[in-house]
Write a protein that binds this ligand. Sequence first.
Ligand SMILES: [Zn+2]
Length: 70
Amino acid sequence: MNFADPIDEAAEREQQLIEVALANRPAATMVYTGECHWCNEPIDKGHFCSDECRSDHERMVWAEKQRRLQ
Ligand SMILES: [Zn+2]
């Protein structure tokens, strides 16, 4: 007997679809939390307390994306 288990095969295919969906999903939308998303400094509006935090955060998001694609 040497045939693939159809249940295992389906599970594997589903896992692949999930991985593709995760890799292609749009960047998460940011919600206003009252704190800088990078350093947690309290802020009145927006998502970051400074341009520096914004670019640091963008770099981190970019790096994470690269890691996910490998
Ligand atoms: Zn900050």
